[in-house]
Design a protein around this ligand. Structure first.
Ligand SMILES: *Cc1c(COP(=O)(O)O)cnc(C)c1O
Length: 234
């Protein structure tokens, strides 16, 4: 990669950070209350090293094997969150490299994570993924099913449910994603009231709409293409 490309990546990262900070202030929060996860899926390790050189250390991937390979080659300079659907037969591999899972979407998976975490002697933080748009193609719990799931997970000692996550339906204008973010936040508030389980984290917002998500309470934004450039879709 040319040094010009690395410069562009560093500049894009800076711009994203500035936009995060501005959105946080607009919502009456401090910029450091919003965590930036750089979504590096499909990007080679070399591009991730450029981001690390520019001061980014938290990355997210949606596939376990790709995450494990990158974690191997990048070592201690990078921390990893899993943001894609996790199959129960890949839990052990996932937990060997990631301790934060944004895409918890079934009670069976939660039980499996708890059991493997116990074996490995680790604790895992997870977000319950909610399908706020009710789209058939998207994973996650239906909003009505989240309370029962959360209640069933409360006895799992190695799994800490820290909040909710969503991927809203794509809308041409980021502003049109706002209602979905509001729904997630209100669902969280309602669950806290019903279950008394603290759910401080809201993982919502991607390249296209992270500022709107922050204005509505996001604590984690998952930003890929705005940092790394467009992904090859082939
Ligand atoms: C790919 C992906 C992102 C990042 O998408 P961008 O539009 O590139 O920012 C965020 N969240 C999830 C779950 C993803 O799969």
């Amino acid at each position: 990669m040319s040094s010009q490309d690395s410069q562009r990546l560093a500049d894009r990262l800076d711009q994203v950070r500035e936009r995060i900070a501005a959105a946080a202030r607009r919502s009456g929060r401090k910029p450091d209350e919003v965590a930036l996860l750089a979504v590096s899926k499909t990007m080679p390790a070399e591009r991730i090293r450029e981001a690390i050189a520019a001061g980014q250390h938290r990355f997210a991937e949606n596939r376990v094997q790709e995450l494990a390979d990158k974690a191997d080659s990048l070592g201690e300079d990078a921390e990893w969150d899993l943001i894609g659907h996790l199959q129960t037969n890949k839990v052990r591999k996932a937990l060997s490299v990631a301790r934060r899972i944004h895409s918890l979407d079934s009670v069976a998976l939660a039980r499996r994570i708890d059991r493997i975490a116990e074996e490995l002697g680790v604790t895992v933080s997870a977000w319950l993924q909610v399908n706020v748009g009710g789209e058939d193609t998207k994973g996650g719990f239906e909003p009505e099913a989240v309370e029962a799931a959360l209640t069933e997970m409360q006895g799992l000692s190695r799994l800490e449910i820290c909040g909710l996550m969503t991927v809203p339906p794509f809308t041409p204008s980021p502003e049109d994603a706002r209602p979905a973010f509001v729904v997630l936040r209100q669902l969280r508030d309602q669950l806290v009231e019903q279950t008394h389980h603290p759910l401080p984290r809201l993982s919502m917002g991607m390249s296209h709409d992270f500022e709107v998500a922050i204005e509505e309470g996001a604590t984690e934004v998952r930003v890929g293409s705005a940092i790394f450039g467009a992904r090859d879709t082939n």
